[in-house]
Design a protein around this ligand. Sequence first.
Ligand SMILES: [Zn+2]
Ligand SMILES: [Zn+2]
Length: 176
Amino acid sequence: MQRHKSASMSDYANEIPAELHSAYEERPFQSCTRCGEALAAMESGYQIFKLFEGGEVIYEYAVCQPCHTGVMDQFSEHSRARMAGYHSQRVTLNLGPHLCAVCGNERGEDGEPQYALSAACEGTSLRQSLMFCGGCLQEMQALLSPETRRTWQRFVDENLPGVPPEAISPAGLVTV
Ligand SMILES: [Zn+2]
Ligand SMILES: [Zn+2]
């Protein structure tokens, strides 16, 4: 069953909301956290991920699509298939930034202080954003094989300084 809706042209006119700006820089993300390239110039777009706890941003990053594809390519076939299956079967697009894309709960409704926002952007436009509640984020961690988790840990250690790898799951990203 495929519940994904394709993006309409009007989605491309959406401005990136302040909540998806860099809290650290207090402005929209300017460059890829990994390679430093200017994001607005990236024709293939980029991904933003922000983890919140009690309304405060605890981790955030933005990676350009080539860097994102680069790390995903290192994942095992099995883990990639599981993540793709999870996204197509469990994730509902277009629920907005306040409802979990997996379970439909509101932020904090499950008693978990953490939640994440993930978004796919192009230039200064938002293509798609998803909210994941704390409980569903934990469930997504379990999708990865130990080997893929190690690959992800290496990527986070090398490219996202200060971020504990277990705080962020690559499954909690928008698939494009
Ligand atoms: Zn990059
Ligand atoms: Zn949820």
